[in-house]
Design a protein around this ligand. Structure first.
Ligand SMILES: NC(=O)c1ccc[n+]([C@@H]2O[C@H](COP(=O)([O-])OP(=O)(O)OC[C@H]3O[C@@H](n4cnc5c(N)ncnc54)[C@H](O)[C@@H]3O)[C@@H](O)[C@H]2O)c1
Length: 365
């Protein structure tokens, strides 16, 4: 079997899809679609793609069997649903969509569709993240955590495209574009919290309307707290993830992962220790990080092709890929209402807020 693959949106990450697939057995780069003819022509010539379309509807009418959606965020919902309804397999770039009501519509369409579908979230495959995942069962009941994620972006980055840095085009700032990867890693490890409280600001990007700094507290049913601190304005800081459970703490910083096992579980020590000022000690060890496991964007795209070719499930399904949008929407809604937001997010409340943000009725500053 050879899959006839098509890519929609080819100026940026679309080329990475083509590079991942061009020499892959069982895949033929069959078609491409872009609204900018010269971008489309250059791409088709570079990758030897035989069928080119400037109209997405015509592209879907072709014999293309698998569609990579690599367009700006605001187009994902209509393009994913149209491709699913046309009977195609669909791989959508992150974020799955801008709002949770959109991700609901996509997931509903996928449930009725015949084709396989998935979202590109390559960072959950990162070897340090996989090392954290491996030791997670040792932690026991979740107590607290901290996640520091910085993705510096200049105004030149934002000037690359009109859709960037806008509520209508991007649906947010650092949260929905860059930190969506970190939030996806978090849900891949801990799933969704029960409640989110957040503050956002635009600290340093004059000329864009969305956030470049965000801090949130995620709360779980058992009272566990997790602090997430995200920015596109702080630099030279490592990504740092800490998760503390009743039995141990794991700390990931860059490629380093360390596990500290408590000599006595926290709850037991709290309850039973005769000491007034004592606390459980931790015995620390380095957790091996296997850099040879498949990871990165290329492997994530290839894994989706393999899932179709071998009948396996994609790594990140659409409903799994929707969870990070749930967190982003919860953080934005919490900021603008000044109140904690329960998960699942109130769909109509978020839609109403997004409409006001797009219209400029509500602003960050
Ligand atoms: N997984 C990752 O690490 C990663 C990295 C970069 C970008 N992305 C995601 O990929 C998507 C695209 O980002 P980008 O940086 O490549 O954007 P881009 O603006 O560089 O490219 C988007 C392309 O889509 C085309 N396009 C616009 N409207 C279209 C339409 N109606 N039909 C067909 N084509 C259309 C544009 O002409 C352009 O060629 C975004 O969702 C982004 O978040 C993911």
């Amino acid at each position: 079997m050879t899959l006839k693959w098509g890519i929609v949106g080819v100026a940026g990450i679309g080329a990475s899809h083509a590079k991942a697939l061009k020499d892959m057995e069982g895949v033929e780069l069959y078609a491409a679609c872009d609204v900018v003819p010269e971008v489309l022509d250059n791409f088709c010539e570079q990758f030897g793609v035989p069928h080119r379309f400037t109209d997405y509807g015509e592209f879907l009418k072709s014999e293309v069997e698998v569609v990579s959606i690599c367009t700006p965020h605001f187009l994902h919902t209509e393009q994913v649903i149209a491709a699913l309804e046309a009977g195609k397999h669909v791989l959508c770039e992150k974020p799955l969509a801008i709002s949770v009501s959109e991700t609901d519509a996509i997931v509903a369409a996928a449930q009725k569709a015949k084709g396989k579908s998935g979202v590109v979230f390559q960072h959950r495959l990162d070897p340090p993240v996989q090392a954290v995942k491996k030791v997670l069962p040792e932690l026991g009941e979740l107590v607290r955590g901290f996640y520091e994620c910085h993705h510096f972006r200049t105004m030149t980055y934002y000037r690359q495209g009109k859709w960037r840095g806008t509520w209508w085009g991007e649906g947010g700032g650092v949260l929905i574009n860059q930190a969506i990867h970190d939030l996806d890693v978090l849900v891949s490890l801990l799933d969704l919290p029960k409640q989110v409280t957040a503050r956002l600001s635009n600290w340093g990007h004059n000329g864009i309307e969305v956030e470049d700094l965000a801090t949130a507290v995620f709360e779980w049913e058992n009272g566990a707290h997790f602090v997430v601190h995200i920015s596109s304005v702080a630099s030279a800081l490592p990504t740092r993830l800490e998760i503390t459970g009743n039995n141990a703490t794991v700390i990931q910083e860059g490629r380093s992962v360390r596990l500290g096992r408590y000599t006595t579980p926290l709850r037991q020590f709290l309850e039973e220790s005769p000491e007034v000022w004592g606390s459980p000690k931790a015995v620390w060890e380095d957790v091996p990080v296997d850099m040879s496991i498949p990871h990165g964007h290329k492997d994530a795209v290839q894994q989706f092709a393999k899932a179709i070719l071998t009948g396996q499930e994609p790594i990140v399904s659409l409903s799994e890929g929707a969870k990070s949008v749930e967190l982003v929407n919860a953080m934005i809604l919490s900021h603008f209402t000044g109140a904690p937001v329960s998960i699942p997010v109130d769909r109509s409340a978020y839609d109403a807020l997004l409409t006001e943000l797009k219209q400029g009725v509500k602003r960050l500053r």
